[in-house]
Unconditional design. Structure first.
Length: 531
């Protein structure tokens, strides 16, 4: 049968509207308005540039078309199939590395008025979803030349059959998209060109064949004050796949013109309002007019400084205005420092000991420890009575009860109680924790003690080798307690066992052997000894 001049032969519909003919017909996606998914588009025409790294966009577009799908015979209107159609597109995108942007579009048809009087389409509905679309845009080339910015990008995408193809809301199977996008931007005008292909399986509806197509679009924008811009675009499809013996019909080459106004706020909000009209009588184009509206948010771009290039002329810098010579600087001579004979930071006028350095808190005099207990007089509550180191109030510098547990005698820290260990072992008994705590406190009070040797000694009750090993283990256990529990620096302590080689008393009786089983603390190195 002959092809229709524009869309579909009305005579075939009217004369062959039998069920058999309806079953052989296949519906398709008749919605021609699908907005640009990514952030820097116009209405349906894409721009070449992408959002900044980790930038995003989100919004809702709507279009209202009158008679987007009609039946014609010999160029005259024979009937309506879709009388009115309201379409919504929920779009969003995300960009990264300033080069790639991924977008998604979910079309929705909330309202569609159909006329099924001329065709037997029992599944034709008045609302439903369209085909989900996903696209990836990559910026290939983006030079900047003075006030002019150019961009070249490639867009690859696909649609998935989520729409109702029986109601002309979806294609019924996946489709592929590819197009190149070129854009030029200047301060007073913006322009973009899109060219690519839509690849899909062919479908026939009466004498209309919808298959793979060449997609094209041209857009122009003229910025106005206060964030407004006038936008105009022309876009369309041209079928490139035909059944055998058929050729392109103008109903298979839909194209539309849209003109409108866009407003962008600095914080990213964007509003669009436009009117469109079909340039050809192709399928999906409104027979009368289309209204377009949209609202979305786009991440604001970073402010970029003007980039100077080799081709831009370089003007010599303007001559600076003559500057009056500055007044001569005012020289302020600081007063001479107050005399400080011992250089301790305390002026002689306030220093009670001008020939000996000392802290300001002591009026320039050196600190003294009159009672030799490790507490300097100005911090000692009893500066002339030594502290009793017995584990009770050992921080006040005063004597108290009970008797002292440890103290200094010559080159040793003498303990007045034995260090106890668990039976026949080398683990410090809890009853000796207080005693060792006093030893640790003395070491912290006297940082001039650089090296202290913890000595272990035994009686001769066990074989010499076993006694030597046990004395070494006990000395090491006491050193470890002083480091771990007493918070003494490990580098200040060493441990050594002597076995029964250095007895203090006779090993023949019980009392003598008890005295020989002992721990001693020997001072090996002091700071005041020239080290």
């Amino acid at each position: 049968m002959s092809r229709a001049r524009l869309f579909i032969v009305a005579a075939v519909v009217l004369a062959l509207a039998a069920p058999a003919r309806a079953q052989t017909s296949t519906a398709f996606d008749a919605q021609q308005f699908h907005p640009s998914i990514t952030s820097n588009g116009y209405y349906t025409v894409d721009g070449a540039f992408v959002a900044r790294h980790l930038g995003f966009s989100a919004g809702v577009w709507g279009s209202y078309g009158h008679d987007p799908l009609v039946l014609r015979r010999d160029g005259a209107l024979a009937g309506e199939l879709i009388v009115r159609q309201l379409g919504l597109d929920v779009v969003g995108s995300f960009a990264f590395v300033d080069r790639i942007e991924i977008g998604i579009d979910l079309p929705i048809v909330p309202y569609q008025v159909n006329d099924n009087s001329l065709a037997n389409l029992p599944r034709l509905k008045g609302a439903g979803l369209g085909d989900l679309a996903v696209e990836v845009k990559g910026l290939l080339w983006a030079p900047v030349r003075g006030q002019h910015r150019f961009g070249l990008a490639a867009v690859v995408g696909a649609t998935f059959p989520t729409g109702d193809s029986d109601s002309f809301m979806g294609q019924g199977f996946p489709t592929g998209r590819f197009r190149l996008v070129g854009e030029w931007r200047a301060s007073h005008v913006e322009a973009a060109v899109n060219a690519g292909f839509v690849v899909r399986r062919g479908r026939d509806f009466l004498d209309l064949h919808v298959g793979s197509q060449f997609a094209w679009g041209v857009a122009l924008g003229v910025p106005l004050p206060r964030g407004f811009a006038v936008i105009g675009e022309v876009r369309g499809l041209v079928g490139i796949e035909f059944p055998k013996g058929a050729s392109l019909d103008r109903s298979e080459a839909p194209s539309e013109l849209a003109v409108g106004l866009r407003w962008r706020a600095r914080f990213g909000l964007e509003l669009n309002l436009a009117a469109g009209v079909g340039l050809t009588r192709g399928y999906g184009t409104p027979d009368r007019a289309r209204a377009i509206f949209g609202i979305k948010y786009v991440s604001p771009e970073r402010r970029q400084e003007a980039v100077a290039t080799a081709t831009s002329p370089r003007l010599p810098p303007p001559l600076p205005a003559p500057i009056a010579p500055p007044p001569p600087p005012i020289v302020v001579t600081p007063p001479p420092p107050a005399p400080d004979s011992d250089r301790d930071g305390v002026a002689d006028a306030d220093d009670r000991c001008r020939d000996k350095p000392g802290p300001k808190e002591n009026q320039g005099c050196p600190d003294f420890d009159s009672d030799g207990d490790g507490f300097i007089d100005r911090q000692d509550k009893c500066p002339f009575e030594p502290e009793t180191f017995n584990g009770v109030d050992d921080e006040d510098g005063c004597p108290d009860q009970p008797a002292a547990l440890a103290g200094f005698h010559g080159d040793k820290i003498v303990i007045f109680e034995p260090v106890l260990f668990e039976k026949d072992g080398s683990v410090v008994d809890r009853r000796s924790y207080k005693l060792l705590g006093v030893v640790a406190h003395l070491l912290r009070l006297h940082p001039e003690i650089l090296k202290l040797r913890v000595e272990g000694h035994m009686d001769n009750k066990m074989p010499p080798y076993e006694g030597l090993e046990l004395s070494r283990a006990r000395a090491a256990a006491v050193r470890r307690w002083l480091v771990d529990q007493g918070k003494v620096e490990a580098k200040r302590l060493t441990a050594q066992g002597f076995g029964p080689d250095r007895p203090l008393a006779d090993n023949r009786d019980f009392i003598g052997r008890a005295k020989n089983r002992r721990i001693e603390f020997v001072i090996m190195q002091r700071l005041d000894a020239g080290n």
